[in-house]
Every structure is written in C-alpha cells, then in structure tokens.
Design a protein around this ligand. Sequence first.
Ligand code: CMP
Length: 232
Amino acid sequence: MLLNELAQISLFEKLDADELSGLSTIVRRRSFPADTVVFFEGDQSDSLYAIVTGATKVYTTEDDGSEKVLATVGPGEIFGEYSLIDGQPRSAAVATLEPTEVLCISHMDFRRFVTSAPEVLWKVLESLTARMRRQNNEITELSFRDVPYRLLRVLVRLTEKHGKSNPDGLVIALSLTPATLAGMVGSNVERVSRLMHRFQGDGLVRPLEGSRLLVPDFVALKRALEFETDWS
Ligand code: CMP
C-alpha cells in the first residue's frame, strides 16, 4: 500500500522498487481535517509533505492581512521541499482545503537516507529540476498573456487538479473567492469579479455555496481558453 502510494508521488517517479522500499522506512503518514493549517510561513519545521488524498493551498499573508494564494497542491504532488533541502524557515504557509492525507519525511531522516543511497538524491533532484523547468516555462508564457487568459488557465488547471464529477459537471470543491482567484492570476478583485461574471454568463462556470465552483462543460472551458489565446 505505502509503496504504491509513494510510487504515485511525482517527486519519486524515477526511483526503482528497492529505492522506494528504502524510502518507505522513513515515511510517516499524517491526516489533517479540512481547513487546517499544516504550517505557517516562518515556521522552523523541515518535513516534506506528499499528498496521497485531498488538497492544500500554499499562501502568504500580505501586510493588509489579506491572503495571497500562490498555488494549490493535489494528490501526487508535494510541498515543503525548500525546508527539507536547506532547513530554512518555511517560505509560505500551507493549509488543507479538504480532509487530506499526507506522507511526510523529515530533513534529518532524508539526509541520513540519501547519505547511504546517493543515487536517490540525484533522482529526486532530477524530478525537482524538471518541475522547476515546467514552472519557469509556465511563468514565462503567462507573463505575455492578459488577465482573461490567465484566469481561464487557472480555472482549467483547478478543474484538472481538483474537479470532482457530479451529475451537473465538475465541482471544484475549494473556496474560490474573487480575492483568492485574483491572488492566483496576479490581478485585482474588481477585474476578476467582472470576468467571473462574464464567464458565468457564457455558461463556463456556475457559483455554488461556499464560494465553490461548478464547471458544467469542461470541454467548453478548455475551448474558451484556446479562443482567448487567439485574441490575447
Ligand atoms: P517550504 O518553504 O519548505 O514551505 C512552504 C512551501 O510552499 C515551500 O517549501 C514550497 O513547497 C511551497 N511554495 C513556496 N512558494 C511557492 C510558489 N510560489 N508556488 C508554489 N509553491 C510554493
């Protein structure tokens, strides 16, 4: 069970069965209820977390007290890798968005383990670097796009990552206020509210209680993104 779960984590995708088995000896399993802080920005904790089920948000708190969501993290993905590697305080806070089960590995245990299995460190670094390249490409590409495109792109990504089927379409069961979405696309609340109203009028999204969203037709949402590409 644990080996299968570890094999699903993108950071460990290059490890062979023996390496995964070695890694499993330093992994701890933890469960968090929904809306629970895993750690705060500036905390001294240094474990890596890999999500088995559930979802979290990575966020910072601005001077005016508002929250800026940097990313959401879903099954197979990780967070907390910076402090795992360098032991520095947390660069951002992380909280669960739904009940979440994680596998965690502490800095000291990981260090000890890779000292005896250096090949694992290289494979993990390769996966981390591949992820960094993908993120850089995305940042570069998005920097040339306007706000409607960036917002549609965020909605497509959130649906892919967190969308759950129900009879009416795919529900993104996260609290997605205009302020949260504005933080994710790098725009202001007014602009994002106006655009969400437009997307709602176009039938691309439907608001549900608790600031959750329904995507009635995911194909139409992706098509809208392609259309936006032509005009941005
Ligand atoms: P760490 O600094 O240990 O704890 C906070 C985590 O949030 C960090 O590791 C990364 O895993 C994650 N993180 C920090 N900044 C970003 C960002 N801009 N986008 C996505 N994830 C981030």
